[in-house]
Design a protein around this ligand. Structure first.
Ligand SMILES: *[C@@H]1O[C@H](CO)[C@@H](O)[C@H](O)[C@H]1NC(C)=O
Ligand SMILES: *[C@@H]1O[C@H](CO)[C@@H](O)[C@H](O)[C@H]1NC(C)=O
Ligand SMILES: *[C@@H]1O[C@H](CO)[C@@H](O)[C@H](O)[C@H]1NC(C)=O
Ligand SMILES: *[C@@H]1O[C@H](CO)[C@@H](O)[C@H](O)[C@H]1NC(C)=O
Ligand SMILES: *[C@@H]1O[C@H](CO)[C@@H](O)[C@H](O)[C@H]1NC(C)=O
Ligand SMILES: *[C@@H]1O[C@H](CO)[C@@H](O)[C@H](O)[C@H]1NC(C)=O
Ligand SMILES: *[C@@H]1O[C@H](CO)[C@@H](O)[C@H](O)[C@H]1NC(C)=O
Length: 451
């Protein structure tokens, strides 16, 4: 999930009923984040009249291919124009067939070059929707990461798109696997889990809905709203993908190492695998209660390289520690055993649902080790559900590249120092954000764990 989404759409429940204080706090944080962004990018923009050129200049030329869309037509030497780029658009029936095949075959690309997956290799799972522009930059950053050649890079898609596929399939720097979330809206445009024409409209009153006998009349969320398909997809996809990676793939059967969860609009530092391994070993020696690692932080992130070796040990908080998360099968198995808590909690955010799992189901709550100097950055100014005016801007990417360049000497620490952050005084009992009241969503989600 993107910061934009987490900050702006969480208040989907009844905004007017929810307290103004939350609004104010969110607004304040939002202003702060934008302030942080703007203060630096305006300088950036003066330096470079052409943002794209600036970005290209900071990327090794061998990686430019990942940033450049393939031309749709090439002219053959004899003068004929050949459409080489993409196969014809498939219809839904055909896409269903193709993705069933992908999901069945579980092909690991480049295994012949980089060798089989080791039980302690890092697995990186990227949840991909449709923002190919950001995905290109994520791939460029991954290509430059040390030890990426030993990792398995997995892409979990909820949209079948030829252009994204050909980008992913052009990756040549590590093992790659793709799979496709089969319950997507793309594949079910007029039926659940998409929006069925007989579903109740979001804002209809329950009594009215019951009279109208629309599909989900008895199941509005805790704010009285009915489901909106597009807001439910991300949580379903997240749960499906985690189940698949840990429990359904042949290649991960014996895997006991870390799985890192990224999204298409993230960007990694070149030493992120090094830091991850260091955190893993530091956990074993010094932090038995740590069961989840976090490589990203949202706020104030860009100034923390002042203390590059520092990591925090803290109770896991969904809104702070959901970026660049990593955990192993031990932690996953405990989460999975709490599937009912995850799947029936009336909140459409996967991270808040995980928080609920941690709070009310796990015997040992999620306890995070968090880097002060982030190794995963959020570059998506425009969220999945939020289009701002300037979605084409590459200012944030240029800024991240620049920050990492200037932090170069702080990368690859040889050890970490732990700081303990004590739990919040009072764990608030919090209502969910809604959007997840529909029994069909609960059943679909739970079914993913049974399968
Ligand atoms: C910026 O640079 C890119 C790549 O070199 C080029 O395609 C684009 O036309 C340039 N844009 C402007 C406004 O100069
Ligand atoms: C590519 O070529 C086809 C004909 O082969 C033409 O219809 C199409 O407009 C061309 N597309 C672009 C982007 O040039
Ligand atoms: C040009 O080359 C293409 C690809 O080899 C071939 O399919 C096509 O028939 C040729 N056209 C002409 C006019 O020779
Ligand atoms: C999809 O395409 C296939 C093959 O081209 C065709 O047989 C089928 O009727 C199409 N289905 C729909 C729903 O258009
Ligand atoms: C990983 O596999 C090796 C043999 O391939 C085995 O000796 C080792 O115990 C395994 N490690 C774990 C953590 O399972
Ligand atoms: C997992 O371990 C078993 C037993 O050691 C072995 O037979 C199997 O080939 C391994 N599977 C993979 C995918 O490594
Ligand atoms: C997995 O993580 C747990 C902490 O949650 C740790 O105790 C355990 O040793 C790890 N397992 C392996 C095989 O590294």
């Amino acid at each position: 999930m993107s910061a934009g989404r987490s900050l702006l759409t969480r208040r989907r429940g009844n905004v007017w009923v929810r307290s103004g204080i939350i609004l104010l706090v969110v607004f304040f944080i939002w202003v702060q984040m934008n302030f942080l962004t703007f203060t630096n990018t305006s300088v950036q923009n003066q330096e470079y009249t052409n943002e794209s050129n600036a970005i290209f200049n900071m990327v090794p030329s061998v990686l430019h291919k990942f940033l450049t869309p393939r031309p749709r037509n090439t002219t053959h030497s004899n003068g004929t124009v050949i459409n080489t780029a993409y196969k014809p658009i498939l219809n839904i029936t055909e896409i269903k067939k193709v993705i069933a095949q992908y999901n069945l075959q579980q092909t690991v690309h480049n295994e012949d070059i980089f060798g089989p997956l080791q039980n302690d290799s890092v697995i990186i799972v990227v949840q991909v929707h449709d923002r190919i522009k950001y995905l290109r930059h994520l791939i460029v950053s991954l290509a430059q990461a040390q030890d990426i050649s030993q990792a398995l890079l997995v892409f979990s898609h909820d949209i079948y798109d030829e252009e994204i596929n050909s980008l992913v399939q052009s990756i040549d720097f590590c093992k790659v696997m793709q799979f496709f979330y089969p319950f997507s809206i793309q594949l079910h445009p007029n039926e659940f889990p998409g929006a069925d024409p007989n579903d109740c409209p979001r804002d209809i009153k329950r009594e009215e809905a019951l009279i109208k006998k629309c599909n989900n009349a008895p199941f509005p969320d805790l704010y009285g709203h009915y489901r909106e398909a597009k807001f439910t997809q991300t949580k379903h996809h997240w749960w499906w993908k985690a189940n698949r990676v840990f429990n359904q793939l042949e290649v991960t059967k014996n895997h006991t190492g870390l799985v890192v969860f990224l999204e298409e609009d993230h960007y990694v530092a070149e030493d992120f695998i090094h830091v991850l391994k260091l955190m893993e070993s530091t956990c074993k020696t010094s932090c038995p209660q740590c069961n989840i690692l976090s490589l990203g932080t949202y706020l104030k992130t860009f100034s923390y390289y002042g203390d590059p070796k520092k990591v925090e040990v803290t109770p896991w908080i969904s809104s702070k520690h959901n970026m660049g998360m990593a955990f192993n099968r031990t932690t996953w198995t405990k989460m999975k055993d709490c599937a009912e808590y995850f799947c029936k909690y009336d909140d459409y955010n996967w991270d808040w649902s995980l928080q609920h799992v941690s709070q009310y189901c796990l015997k040992e709550k999620l306890h995070a080790m968090v880097v002060r100097g982030p190794r995963v950055f959020h570059i998506g100014e425009c969220g999945v559900h939020h289009k701002k005016n300037n979605c084409e801007s590459t200012g944030v990417i240029a800024k991240v590249q620049k920050v990492l360049k200037s932090a170069q000497k702080h990368l690859y620490p040889s050890y970490l120092t732990l700081t303990y952050v004590s739990p919040l005084k009072k764990t608030k009992i919090r209502k969910g954000n809604g959007g997840w009241g529909d029994r069909r969503d609960h059943m679909l989600c739970i079914g993913m764990t049974m399968r």
